[in-house]
Design a protein around this ligand. Structure first.
Ligand code: ADP
Ligand code: ZN
Length: 621
């Protein structure tokens, strides 16, 4: 058997190097220590318990709250030749017995269970017989009321782990602020654990925020130009928008499905499944979509409406690019969005303290949208992590926005609010500033006030931007209960009196498109060519065919990253093939022949490659 973590990493999983903290965590567990690990999504938490589990006899018990994911995890592990199984309510009595029998006979290395199952008497009895090797508690933030997915059963996990005081325990999570972290350590009996905290940064995600200027057109162009072949999630605020946007994308030739809590349960399950398994599907969803999505090759997350706060934004965008390949977090926002959030805030209940926290969270989000600084720095700083502010992979770093002295424009905009009585919406105010002859203006006599037509020097979309930025900066407020009207704040007067200058960032009216994109290829394999792109597509088709035959999601066979590398490197022998990222010994045995033939340009008949079918035979449990 392989005897070092690194060797397992290479021969089984086909990766060259550990990601941040993986090696340290694995070593700590192998020494018999308890571990707490906070790693960002895609940071490679699974390997931290899988590798120790493979390096010693006995069964590692993985406690996971998401029954839906266990099956995928186990399928994925079996593809690597790892003896894994799960126990949950989806199995029949006999299937469950069979799994337990295999575990008892030493035929199992990793067993996934839901917490409810862990707590049953029969499972405790079973554990007594097999003597587990390790307890790994995934999504450990579920133990804390402070986290966002509290699961009461998690509180009782220690009833079971205390029966095995010598067996190391691991707790893993991707989201936990300081309070939640402390809570996890206490509630899971991990006070003496070694603690590993990885950077939350997701360097492969490119953050961009743009003003909304025709959202449908912008979205379509973004998807068509940048992700014509990729799967993605589009977040919107309401169920209705989820449906209308999905329908509209579909009309425009993009495979898209709606997803929200109002859809029938079976339809939701089905959409989630399809998203997980298909390569090029877009889901237009409310924030109900996400929990349980661990698809590694989501290429973009687009927000058409502002998320609830920065935490939500980070979690939602974090679903992109778990495979480490370039991915996009792309967001549009408008005056209406900002107003809607301020409105919600103004109407929210709660004491002063709570309101202050909410206001702070809201300001952070609005500031994030309007800022001219590095988005990554803003995000990480929000989560108490420092950053030098030159990430080179956000819109502000790539195309530093110009700023302009907007003091005079701000004075005009504010005085227009004042002179019209602080009860009109921005659209009307802009009509007044630009001197339009509308019915409403005539009705209210606004063509006779001093600010009528004083803003002809700027166009309407610039005025939109001015109002939006004034609102974000607190130089303007929305009227509680009256959605679209705005009024002045104390600070507005400082600007009106000329005591405060104002700078605005210029809106990038032409969003950057495909031309400026980074090449998404492995560093030293040379640039992509027409040929390599075509081969990549062919390899994807082959992968899909195999995935359908084995009834597993495509990425379980190979990630896009591996296929890209194959298309560029064109391995000719099985040993070349095994050098591709993500290709370990088992995958080489199963897939090298068929993929090499495909790379040589041969016509593939899957039935001639019986070795790829192995998995279905032993897939009984
Ligand atoms: P998490 O659960 O932390 O979100 P996963 O364990 O699902 O992350 O891993 C994310 C992705 O990174 C997976 O596709 C996994 O195969 C890959 N991965 C894990 N470890 C490594 C590594 N050392 N090198 C390259 N890729 C890795
Ligand atoms: Zn940046």
């Amino acid at each position: 058997m392989d005897n070092s973590p690194r060797k397992v990493l290479r021969t089984v999983f086909g990766y060259d190097d550990f990601l941040e903290n993986q090696r340290e965590i694995i070593e700590a567990v192998l020494k018999g220590n308890d571990v707490f690990a906070l790693m960002p999504t895609g940071g490679g938490k699974s390997l931290c318990y899988q590798i120790p589990a493979m390096l010693a006899p006995g069964v590692a018990i993985v406690v996971s709250p998401l029954i839906a994911l266990m099956e995928d995890q186990v399928k994925g592990l079996r593809q690597y030749g790892v003896r894994a199984a799960y126990l949950n309510s989806s199995l029949s009595f006999h299937e469950a017995q069979d799994v337990q029998r295999r575990a008892a006979e030493g035929g199992l290395g990793i067993l996934y269970v839901a917490p409810e199952r862990l707590l049953t008497d029969s499972f405790r009895h079973f554990l007594g017989n097999i003597r587990p090797r390790l307890f790994a508690i995934d999504e450990a933030h579920c133990v804390s009321q402070w986290g966002h997915d509290f699961r009461p059963e998690y509180l009782r996990i220690t009833e079971v782990t205390r029966m095995f005081p010598d067996i190391p325990r691991m707790a893993l999570t991707a989201t936990a602020d300081a309070i939640t972290r402390q809570d996890i350590l206490e509630k899971l009996d991990l006070r003496r654990a070694e603690v590993f905290i990885s950077s939350l940064d997701r360097p492969n995600i490119r953050y961009r925020v743009q003003p909304k200027q025709g959202e449908k057109r912008q979205l379509l162009r973004f998807i068509k130009d940048e992700h014509p072949q990729g799967s993605g999630i589009v977040y919107v605020r309401t169920r209705k928008r989820s449906e209308s946007m999905a329908a509209w994308l579909a009309e425009n030739g993009i495979a898209a499905l709606p997803y929200h809590a109002g859809l029938p349960a079976d339809e939701r399950v089905d959409s989630q499944r399809r998203f997980q398994e298909e390569d090029t599907l877009v889901v237009v969803a409310t924030n109900a979509f996400g929990m349980g999505i661990d698809k590694p090759d989501v290429r973009f997350v687009a927000h058409l409406d502002l998320p609830a706060n920065m935490e939500a934004y980070y979690q939602e965008t974090g679903r992109a690019g778990r495979d480490g390949r370039p991915a996009d977090a792309w967001m549009l926002y408008s005056f209406g969005d900002v107003g809607a959030l301020l409105q919600l805030f103004a109407l929210s209940e709660g004491g002063d303290g709570i309101k202050r926290i909410r206001r702070k969270k809201l300001d952070a989000l609005l500031g994030y949208c309007e800022s001219a600084a590095c988005r990554r720095k803003l995000l990480l700083n929000y989560f108490d992590e420092s950053h030098d502010g030159r990430c080179g992979n956000c819109d502000n770093c790539l195309n530093p926005p110009e700023v302009w002295d907007g003091t005079v424009a701000a004075q005009k905009a504010l005085s227009c609010v004042y002179r019209t009585g602080q009860r009109f919406g921005v659209r009307h105010l802009i009509d007044v500033l630009t001197g339009k002859a509308t019915e409403k203006i005539e009705k209210w006599g606004h063509d006779r006030i001093k600010t009528f037509g004083v803003g002809k020097d700027l166009d309407a979309s610039t005025w939109q931007s001015v109002y939006r930025q004034l609102l974000s900066a607190g130089l303007l407020a929305v009227e509680p209960g009256r959605f679209s009207s705005v009024r002045l704040t104390d600070e507005s007067w400082l600007v009106l009196k000329g005591e405060q200058t104002v700078f605005f960032r210029k809106d990038l009216s032409q969003p950057k498109t495909a031309k400026g994109r980074r090449p998404s290829k492995p560093a030293d394999l040379g640039p992509e060519t027409e040929e390599s792109r075509a081969l990549f597509e062919t390899l994807r088709n082959l992968r899909l065919e195999i995935a359908q035959r084995l009834k597993v999601p495509s990425y379980v066979i190979f990630h896009d990253k591996s296929l890209k590398e194959m298309a560029l490197a064109r391995p000719a022998t099985a040993s070349d093939f095994s050098c591709i990222t993500g290709v370990g010994a088992t995958k080489t045995r199963r897939y090298s022949a068929v993929f090499l033939a495909c790379i040589r340009g041969e016509e593939i008949v899957l039935s001639q490659y019986p070795e790829i079918g192995e998995i279905t035979v032993e897939d009984g449990s």
